[in-house]
Design a protein. Structure first.
Length: 238
């Protein structure tokens, strides 16, 4: 998020004040939201989840992947998407599966053969949760920007919480819901500002404040001049 949010790779125009502030506000909001949810999850499990470390490493490599991809490819016409994802799968097979076998035989994390129901869930997750979602995400990167596409991925956290509540009847503490608020606000704020490219609300407010201060100062100067003139007139008559 830190690398993706630094600049809009699709725009060569001058950065607006609102866009500059929003980029940094988005990063802070996402980090704050994830921190709140992670702390709440720690409170539920009574220990720091080891998966959080892997998530941080995954986020780092994911940000590098997004930035390098948008740096090398300007639009979807320059990328053969099926071949791209084919090589992604090939590299995963060559470099990640040996680690899977290593973890199994070293007893760090033993592999258990899935049941038929689990195979079905794995197949659905592979097709929908990986291939289809990654294809839509990559397409969204080219149609909008890498920042908006990455923000949309971060919405999986609050959406997962809501689905757990409605489908599994899971009870989450209030801290979880407080952590989801900055994520939603950041996503919709960036989407709104991206849609209205010529609208700079922060600069608009600053200009109104400056004009108000100038107007107040002008009124004060006029009142002072009128008071001085009245004093001079009265002094002449006296």
């Amino acid at each position: 998020m830190l690398g993706v949010g630094g600049r809009n790779s699709d725009s060569s125009q001058s950065i607006k004040v609102t866009e500059f502030i929003q980029n940094y506000r988005v990063r802070v909001s996402i980090i704050v939201g994830v921190t709140i949810i992670s702390n709440a999850d720690k409170g539920v499990q009574n220990y720091f989840p080891p998966g959080a470390v892997w998530s941080i490493l995954g986020a780092f490599f994911y940000a590098a992947y997004v930035v390098l991809l948008r740096r090398k490819v300007d639009n979807e016409e320059m990328l053969d998407i099926p071949m791209f994802f084919g090589f992604v799968g090939l590299f995963n097979l060559l470099f990640l599966w040996p680690g899977f076998v290593f973890l199994h035989y070293t007893k760090v994390e033993e592999f258990q053969w899935p049941s038929n129901h689990q195979w079905l869930l794995l197949l659905c997750n592979g097709l929908i949760g990986t291939v289809f979602s990654e294809l839509l995400w990559l397409w969204g990167c080219f149609l909008t920007s890498s920042l908006i596409a990455t923000l949309s991925v971060s919405l999986t956290i609050p959406l997962t919480i809501f689905f757990d509540i409605f489908l599994k009847k899971v009870d989450y503490p209030l801290q979880f819901f407080l952590g989801t608020l900055p994520m939603f606000v950041s996503f919709f704020a960036v989407a709104l500002l991206t849609h209205y490219e010529n609208w700079d609300p922060v600069m608009l407010v600053v200009k109104k404040l400056v004009n108000f201060c100038k107007k107040s100062q002008r009124v004060h100067d006029i009142d002072y001049e009128q008071t001085e003139s009245l004093i001079n007139v009265n002094s002449e008559y006296t």
